[in-house]
Ligand binder design. Structure first.
Ligand SMILES: Cc1cc2nc3c(=O)[nH]c(=O)nc-3n(C[C@H](O)[C@H](O)[C@H](O)COP(=O)(O)OP(=O)(O)OC[C@H]3O[C@@H](n4cnc5c(N)ncnc54)[C@H](O)[C@@H]3O)c2cc1C
Length: 427
């Protein structure tokens, strides 16, 4: 039964989805003494090689770091694994480059971290708690969000498994099965949007002597107006390169000659770095993946079910905030568990009523940032505004915090970051 008014009974909680957000939430709830069962569709990723099609590395910033700190893994992820990226390194079409620092005033940076590595660390950390049980190869088929019953398919044996629990937490990503069940509830708002652009991952390998082929402490960007390419450094000195482009353009490049001439025209300096053969292999060896935005509310069904992470608010990746926002859900929930002493109805109500406006805000910002990254960064008007923002930030650091800094380097609610920017624009 769900807890009422600070009851000390420990809850049985099922988390659906053992990705980044689900595995972090499992630790937070286990730390509070609850009995957590984590059900994950895929095999234990610690036993499987990387599956192509999902970003290999991610930009970790302050919101994500705060959440990782709460479970004691921030230091390891940032100082031992993360690669600091202090500026955007812009690649012009002629191959020359120039940096635009993220935070010229205090030199704060974002960190490139491996997705699988981080997920591994979180799963490993959860093993320190006897009250976390993990079930891999379990796909949620259906759930009753009123009485807490769930049916999973064991993907290896094809058996079905029925489970009943006090609470269901859906952390099962952008195409969440838990959210699909929520959609059966009256007054559940939902919208989903695919953008016309997809992404394809390529790779710049390490140099022959095992070093980086480009300066490592940058997020490299090749902005080209209606499309762009970016590269984030990996621990093994390779780079994960992501080409974002309209699906139509991907489709038009259907021969090796067209691919090479496209790269010679727009990304000439990248050809020698990636290598012609590898470029052809990787480009034609995969197909572009879609990018989806999901907005919905409320995030709960009574005091039985809640969705978090991409299940509640998938955003396009252009602000580097999807995972960070999902991790922030976990720290906010933890604060609410503390504030309401595990009184679930109050926790779910407050989370659901307050969090959505920040998630909607980062969703819109992420959409906007694609235009900034692929186009505006090259314009003089952007550079003038950035210089002015940086100067005012330097002069009045508590008063004038530029939008990117407030989103990336503070935990100011996302909706407040937008309001801040609105009055700054007026000024
Ligand atoms: C190209 C790209 C680049 C990105 N870069 C960044 C970045 O730099 N910084 C950043 O902060 N964010 C970034 N993101 C966003 C980030 O990847 C997501 O926000 C994050 O992975 C969300 O984590 P999650 O755990 O909520 O969902 P997911 O990572 O999708 O995990 C969901 C889990 O649920 C499991 N699952 C799904 N359905 C079921 C089911 N029916 N039953 C059981 N289990 C199920 C899945 O197997 C999966 O393991 C990027 C995204 C993309 C696509």
């Amino acid at each position: 039964m769900a807890l009422q008014n600070g009851n000390t009974k420990k809850l049985d909680i099922v988390i659906v989805g053992g990705g980044l957000v689900g595995s972090l939430e499992a630790i937070y709830l286990a730390k509070r003494g609850h009995h957590v069962s984590l059900y994950e569709y895929r095999e234990d990723l610690r036993k499987t090689p990387h599956v192509r099609g999902r970003s290999i590395n991610l930009a970790l910033s302050v919101r994500g770091r705060k959440a990782l700190k709460g479970v004691g893994v921030e230091d390891h992820m940032v100082n031992e694994h993360g690669i600091p990226m202090r500026a955007r390194m812009i690649h012009r079409p002629d191959g020359t480059t120039y940096p635009i620092p993220y935070d010229a005033r205090t030199n704060q940076c974002i960190y490139s971290v491996g997705r699988n590595y981080l997920n591994n660390i979180l799963l490993k950390e959860s093993e320190k708690y006897d009250n976390v049980k993990k079930y891999f190869n379990h796909k949620l088929l259906k759930a009753n969000l009123q009485n807490g019953s769930l049916t999973f398919l064991k993907t290896d044996t094809k058996e079905t498994v029925d489970v009943t629990t006090d609470l269901i937490i859906g952390a099962d990503g952008a195409f969440s099965a838990v959210r699909k069940e929520m959609m059966k509830q009256p007054l559940f708002d939902f919208s989903q949007q695919y953008i016309e652009h997809g992404y394809l991952e390529l790779c710049i390998p390490a140099s022959e002597d095992g070093g980086f082929l480009m300066p490592p402490n940058y997020l490299h960007i090749w902005p080209r107006g209606t499309f762009m390419m970016i590269a984030l450094p990996n621990q093994d000195c390779s780079w994960t390169v992501t080409l974002f482009m309209p699906f139509k353009n991907f489709k038009d490049i259907d021969t090796e000659e067209k691919l090479l001439s496209f790269f010679k025209q727009y990304f000439p300096d990248s050809i020698t770095l990636i290598g012609e053969k590898k470029l052809i292999q990787d480009f034609f060896g995969g197909s572009p993946s879609p990018l989806v935005t999901v907005k919905c509310r409320p995030y709960n069904v009574n005091d039985k079910a809640l969705i978090i992470g991409d299940a509640a608010h998938a955003v396009v990746p252009f602000y580097g905030q999807g995972m960070n926002a999902g991790f922030e859900d976990c720290s906010i929930l933890d604060e609410l568990f503390q504030k309401h002493q595990d009184d679930v109805p109050k926790i779910f109500k407050e989370f659901s009523e307050t969090r959505w406006k920040d998630c909607f805000a980062i969703s819109d910002l992420a959409m906007y940032n694609y235009i900034e990254m692929r186009d505006l960064v090259t314009r003089p008007s952007y550079l003038i505004r950035k210089t002015m923002d940086d100067f005012l930030f330097w002069l009045m650091p508590d008063f004038w915090v530029p939008l990117y800094n407030s989103v990336t380097f503070t935990t100011m609610p996302y909706s407040q970051c937008v309001k801040n920017r609105d009055w700054q624009n007026k000024v």
